[in-house]
Design a protein around this ligand. Sequence first.
Ligand code: B12
Ligand code: SF4
Length: 427
Amino acid sequence: MEQPRTVRSGTKILLVNPNRYRDPPVPPIGLEHLSAHVKARGYECRMLDLCFVDDPTMVLNRELREYGPGVAGFSVRNVDSVLYPGTEYFLPAIRELLTLAGRDYGCLTVIGGAGVGAAPRALCDYLGADVAVEGPGEEVFARILENPEQFRGSRQVLRGEGMVSGSGRDLNGLDYRLYHDSGGVVGFRTHCGCSSACIYCLEAGTPVSFRNPADVVRELKTLTESGYLHFHLCDPEFNEDLPYCTSLLKMMVRENQGMKWALYMRPGTFSEEMFELLGRSGAYLVTLSVCSWKRDIDYWRNVKEMTGLGRDNGIRVVLDVMTGFPYETEDDLHILLDRVRWARTDQAMLNVNFRLYQNLPVTHLIRKDSNLTQYLSAPLKEPLLEPVFYNHVSHEMLIKGIGGDVLFGVSGETRGVNYQADERNVR
Ligand code: B12
Ligand code: SF4
């Protein structure tokens, strides 16, 4: 039977990382940013990392009992693993933890994180959170803390306005050795948001804001001086703005921190100077996010040129390719494969399974045409929290198209991400 909620006083804060996916494990840097931000405002705040513990419910229960927070913030980084087949759905386990904090311990429960963008309102309702935060959370979270009771039971969805640059990160809450020993690397970010409009992507059109390059470099310096030398960028795509990238890279090169890093980029917005600086700053792997949806030859020229510049500067360039959009044909698949071969990239991972989210343009296309429903992995059950995939390129068609060419891999066949496959990574 549901127990009445008891109201806890005080503004001690517990920030919980419920992300237990470990292929690879990812340190919750969003929580490190939040923690630094609220500590700077005088709040008492602790992080609880459940990534490596055996029994997350027991560990959270103990922490709630012993520490007694008034507010419990949960980072919902992933709704699911976005791999098909063999998809893992994470929300039921996260809901159990939120229930414990909210119902059994009377904490105000707040959710945030990259996964929230999938369906903010539905996620807030499903998880039973008091309030959900979409986008960068520092300032909104601080506002919630000024008057937490106002949000109790409100199920409000609040939107973070922009990046906070200089609050830094609280590096005392996580055991980085555990991540390192399990193949994880340290993340850092330069901006949030993406101005592109890829019809299958959660980040398309999200508000863009940048950190001050000096703050980014200072953070990297602290991390490298503590012995962390292998990084993955945590921007949607690095090359959002060329002048910004160039000035940041110049500072990174000047500081010469001895770091190695992997990053995501999109075709376009690059220069020779940028790649030269990338190489000198320690970048060893660029994953270019590409897709076949209405792309002209200039797009592929950019892919080819970026690959060549990467090669000239000692950087491996691999492609993450989305293809098999609604109405694309087998001929379109062959054209795509030929373009990838022509671009002479080092490797291309093909993904033909689209994870559909509530508000994506690709989902709207599919909703509108009943002929396309035959290609769904399950009926569309709104608000699409439980993973549903669209796929009309069969495995056989894909394998036939690839024709044994070792340039291509098929995404979803194994767990793991590109940096793990790269032989030259340094940890
Ligand atoms: C970089 C990245 C990676 C890197 C991470 C490297 C590293 N060491 O950190 C790598 C390549 C390893 C990776 C792997 C995966 N990723 Co990834 N990744 C990202 C990316 C681009 C950035 C995430 C990030 O760190 N951001 C920077 C930090 C600072 O921001 P943040 O965590 O969002 O935190 C801010 C806010 O969200 C908010 N916030 C966060 N928590 C909280 C909590 C509270 C209480 C509040 C108020 C606010 C708040 O405030 C924070 C500070 O501003 C996102 C897309 C995106 N742009 O968000 C995808 C993304 C999160 N990844 C995704 C996926 C699917 C994966 C994988 C499952 C892929 C796979 N199948 O292997 C794995 C999962 C790994 C794991 N263990 O979780 C999806 C999740 C989608 C979904 N359905 O849930 C995303 C959204 C990409 C996408 N568009 O599909 N990823
Ligand atoms: S795929 Fe990359 S470029 Fe396209 S919208 Fe998403 S983050 Fe932006």
